[in-house]
Write a protein that binds this ligand. Sequence first.
Ligand code: FLV
Ligand code: FLV
Length: 409
Amino acid sequence: MTTTTTTHTDDAADPQVHFWAVPDLTGLDFDPLLAKLLHEDPVARIRLPHGEGHAWLVTRYEDVKFVSMDPRFSRQAVYGRSVTRLAPHFIPLEGAVGFADPPDHTRIRRVVARAFVARALRTLRETAQDVMDGLLDRLERHGPGADLMTFVNRPFPLAVVSELMGVPEGDRPLMARWGDTVISAAAGREASERAKAELSRYFTELIGRSHGTGKETLAAVLADALDDGTLEEHEAVALAALIQISGAHAVTNNSANMVYALLTHPEHLARLRAEPGVLPRAVDELLRYIPHRNAVGLSRIALEDVEVGGVVIPEGDPVYVSYLTANRDPSVFPDPETLDFDRRYNPHVSFGHGPHFCPGSSLARIESEILVGSLWSRFPDLRLAVPAQEIRWQRGALIRGPQALPVAW
Ligand code: FLV
Ligand code: FLV
C-alpha cells in the first residue's frame, strides 16, 4: 500500500507509481490502497504483481463511467500485451467478447442477448427455484454444521448456468474445477493455461454437437450463429467459456459474501425477515457494498491521449477502472461505508458499465434473490456454526469469497 520501487523497469525511479502487493483480505474488508487512491490520488499509476510496466487506475464514479464508455479506450488492444496485472495469465480465451471493441463486440453480444431476454429468464427463475429447493433438502438431511459453500453456493449458480448453456449434469464437476483454476491468481500460469485449453476443447465439442438440435440452450444458439456466419468458432467457444465459468464463479462467491454480510449484520437480517418485499433492494445494496474482487480485472488501452479527471492519459497506456471504489464514491452515495437497505437511489456499477456491462446481471440478481430468500424462509434461525472471525477466506483469489461457510439452524 505504500509507494515502493523496483529495480528493473522504467518505473523504478518513479515514486508516483504505487506498487500494489494485493493482500489476501478477510471478511468484507475494503482494500486500504483502493480507499486511499479514491480520496487522495483518483487517477493514479499502479504496478501489479504480474506483467510489465505500469497502468493507470481510475477510482472515482464519474471517471470510471467515462473510461468504461469511451471508445478511445480499447479492450482489443489489450490482447497480446503484457499489461501489469494481478493474475499470471489472462482469464478470457482468444476471441472472447471481453477482448472485443465495437463493431465486433456488438456482433458477438447480440448473439447472447437472446438467451437473457425476459421470457427466458422467467423459465430460468422457475428452474433455479427447483434447483434451490433440492439443494436445501440435501442441506437439511445433512444437518447443522454443513458448509453452505459445498451444499448451496457452489452447486446452485453452476446448475443454473449449466441449464442455460446445456452442460449435462455429469460434466458440472469439470466446470467447477476449471473455473477455480482459471479464475485464480494462485493456480499458476501453466495450470491456468492448461485449464483454458481444456475449456476450449470442451466447448468446441459441446457446440459442435448442438448443431440443428432445435434446443434452446445457449450452446445451440451459438451453434446456429456459427451456421449463419455471425460468429467464428473461436468467438463462440470463448463466449461460452466466459459465460459458463464467470457466471458460476462470480455468483458463488458474491452470494456467499451476501450470506456472510447478513449473518454479521443482524439488524439488516431482521429487517429482511420482517419485510420480505425489501429483498430486491437489499440485494442491490449488497451488490454495491460487497468488495467483489481483489485489485482490478481487465484493463483498456488508450488509443490516443485522453484527459480523465484532469490528468492526461497518454496514447498506448493501459488503464484500469475500479467498480469497487466507484461504488463507494461519497459524491454519489451518501455515507458510502454504511450498508443501508433504505438507499432508494443506488446506481451502483457492480456489473460494470458501458458496452461490456455484464450480460448476465438480471440472472445474477434472480439467483441471489432466490438464494437469500429461500435460505431464511426454509431455515429462519440460520446462523454461522463458528465465530465469524474463524471463517477462512480464499487466498490468491481474483473474486473474493469464503473458503467455507459452516452454518447451523
Ligand atoms: O467478466 C469479467 C469479470 C467478471 C467478474 O465477476 C469480475 C470481474 O472483475 C470481471 C472482469 O474484470 C472482466 C470480465 O470480463
Ligand atoms: O477476475 C477477473 C476476471 C473474472 C472473470 O470472470 C472474467 C474475466 O475476464 C476476468 C478478467 O479478465 C480478469 C480478472 O481479474
